[in-house]
Design a protein. Structure first.
Length: 245
């Protein structure tokens, strides 16, 4: 199971309840029990659970349990059968100034509750142009994984999501993704002594480019945004990556 590829759909905040209803009618039940995780906006999660889908949160709180207005804790997630949480998405880093230290606390609280963490890292366009990609990734990884032992790292997957590729149709090249993935694995090995870190790619993955992206040998799947909110496109991606593997 661990070596199988995974497809994670991050539905962000793009759907209202009418969109969710039509989505649930068109998304194929075949994907239940496959390596597919859907991360809806929190308020819509019960509809997805009721239909049998494997569900993830788009964020999680820094403590496992307790009274924190407006937040969702790992204990609450687990009690609903929610196993996955995206942490450190660039939209949160950018719009909420979420710092590495908070992301680190979220990662620890989630893995301590036995959740599977999808930790997002990635450089901005400016950082890429200034040739700072490696420095930025190293900083994000070292800080976010601070204090995690090997056992905890088993429950983490790194999502390499270059910020310049998110929602832009400007997908990273296979060569760039392969190189960066190797770099991420190397940093985690060097820094935490964990050799086999799983890395997935996100950023303008769609039904048209998935065949080509799926040729990349060292990644373990994809984190899909815009195309995941379109059931037809999402099913094409899923068929390419997990159904036919
Ligand atoms: P897009 O697929 O829309 O570029 O979004 C990627 C993303 O942010 C997934 O978390």
């Amino acid at each position: 199971m661990e070596n199988q590829k995974i497809v994670i759909g991050n539905l962000k905040t793009v759907m209202n309840i009418n969109d969710v209803s039509s989505y649930l009618k068109t998304i194929n039940k075949e994907i239940v029990n496959k390596q597919v995780v859907i991360c809806p906006t929190n308020i819509y999660i019960p509809y997805f659970l009721k239909n049998g889908y494997s569900v993830g949160l788009q964020d999680i709180f820094i403590n496992e349990d307790g009274p924190y207005t407006g937040e969702v804790t790992p204990n609450q997630a687990i009690s609903m059968g929610i196993k996955y949480a995206i942490i450190g998405h660039s939209e949160r880093r950018t719009h909420l100034n979420e710092p590495d230290e908070i992301i680190n606390k979220k990662v620890i609280s989630a893995v301590q509750s036995n959740m599977q963490v999808i930790l997002c890292v990635g450089e901005t366009l400016e950082e890429k142009q200034m040739l700072k990609t490696d420095v930025v990734l190293r900083r994000q990884l070292v800080n976010a994984l601070n204090g995690l032992n090997i056992e905890m790292l088993h429950n983490v997957t790194i999502a390499y999501e270059p910020v310049w590729a998110i929602g832009t149709d400007n997908v990273a090249s296979n060569k760039e993704i392969e190189r960066t993935t190797n770099y991420i694995k190397m940093i985690v090995h060097q820094n935490r002594g964990y050799k086999n870190m799983r890395v997935i790619y996100g950023g303008s993955v769609n039904d048209k480019n998935i065949k080509e992206l799926n040729k990349i040998k060292n990644i373990s799947g994809f984190l899909v945004g815009g195309a995941a909110a379109d059931s037809e496109k999402f099913l094409t991606i899923i068929n390419e990556v997990v159904v036919n593997q």
